[in-house]
Design a protein around this ligand. Structure first.
Ligand SMILES: *Cc1c(COP(=O)(O)O)cnc(C)c1O
Length: 365
């Protein structure tokens, strides 16, 4: 199958980029996922040609046949990573190889073609270099990158499609949680689950998110920030939030996080924090933790902190937990010591303000 050995991107000039003054104004308070940079990368895949037509050009609508398979059977996967401005004025990515590898694991689960790492990372580098004026100058700001792949073949039969598009867009980001709240309140969903054994819970696919929207909206309607899902079989074991992994910090200094096993998304932030905790000499146990235990440990003081993590919001303290059985508070309901320490350690590494002992940061210039 033909592949692009050395990614060479055709450049389509932008006829009308956003005027500088408008861009500067938009970057003052970018929020999350609301504004977009000028360009995008598109690469096509077909059975006959493999990956071809790699282009970087103006960001804009994509023409699709109404029978495109993605619109009917949701054959779609995505990634999320950030480019950072470093302390010395350069730009850097955080563990993009890990995103490339996970993208291909998601692709395999959704019966989609493998994308060479060089193309995945090459596309991102191309876009960041082209849209480097789009980094927000705000504190905690970054350029959020959204690579995704979808089935573009026009065919209504049910089988893996024979044509795909890989696209990367960029969105300047400030802080993820609108409120900027120091600790979030979460709602335990007992009516819905996110992932079942044998399903797609470990794949980063749009379909998982579609299924989480009703429980997430329920959490918001009840006055909470996020929904937390329990396992599908026993409705007892804590899995993760709609888009973030969870950690539980015990008074004895040990830390628990739900084990990966097909129903949890293997977060790169999760993986990095486990390494940082090991660096601190902490014991991290990847084992199941039940909702009743969580409540009991929070009440007895055996549990002192809970935090959620993911690329978008980095590390976020969980202050309050509510469900059909009532609610409970974690610690003082404010971000705990380890939560704050891990957040600042990770952010400092990502921004090139602290040494990078694990070799996670990929400098772009
Ligand atoms: C992306 C995602 C995460 C976090 O993964 P990171 O690599 O840390 O950003 C956690 N859970 C779900 C469901 C996700 O989609």
């Amino acid at each position: 199958m033909a592949t692009l050995a050395d990614p060479a991107f055709a450049r389509q000039p932008h006829p009308a980029p956003v005027p500088g003054a408008t861009r500067v104004e938009a970057l003052r308070d970018p929020g999350f996922g609301k504004i977009f940079s000028d360009h995008m990368v598109v690469i096509d895949w077909s059975e006959a040609k493999g990956w071809h037509n790699a282009t970087i050009g103006p960001r804009g609508p994509i023409a699709l046949d109404p029978a495109a398979a993605v619109l009917h059977y949701a054959q779609e996967i995505f990634e999320g990573l950030k480019a950072y401005r470093t302390a010395d004025g350069g730009t850097a990515l955080f563990r993009p190889q890990a995103n490339a590898a996970r993208f291909n694991r998601s692709a395999a689960r959704l019966a989609m073609p493998d994308l060479p790492e060089a193309l995945f990372i090459g596309a991102i580098k191309e876009l960041v270099a082209t849209d480097r004026e789009w980094f927000p100058p705000v504190d905690g700001g970054s350029l959020y990158l959204r690579p995704f792949m979808f089935a573009s073949e026009a065919f209504l039969g049910v089988r893996p499609a024979r044509e795909y598009k890989f696209v990367v867009i960029a969105s300047p980001a400030g802080n993820y949680f609108k409120s900027g709240a120091p600790a979030v309140s979460i709602w335990v969903s007992s009516d819905y689950t996110r992932a079942a054994p044998g399903g797609t819970g470990a794949a980063k696919c749009g379909g998982n998110y579609a299924a989480s929207l009703v429980p997430q909206a329920e959490a918001i309607a009840r006055g909470h920030d996020q929904v937390v899902f329990l396992d599908a079989a026993e409705h007892r074991w804590i899995e993760e939030l709609g888009g973030m992994n969870l950690f539980f910090v015990m008074a004895d200094g040990s830390v628990i996080t739900p084990p990966l096993g097909g129903t949890i998304l293997p977060g790169i932030t999760r993986d990095s924090l486990i390494d940082l905790m090991h660096d601190e000499g902490l014991t991290v146990r990847e084992e199941r933790y039940g909702i009743d235990q969580w409540r009991a440990d929070a009440a007895s003081g055996a549990l002192v902190e809970t935090f959620a993590c993911g690329t978008a919001a980095v590390v976020t303290a969980v202050g309050k937990v509510a469900g059909h059985d009532g609610e409970f508070t974690i610690g003082a309901g404010t971000p705990g010591q380890l939560t704050q320490k891990l957040r600042s350690r990770l952010v400092a590494i990502q921004r090139g303000e602290a040494p990078d002992p694990h070799g996670w940061v990929v400098r772009l210039d």
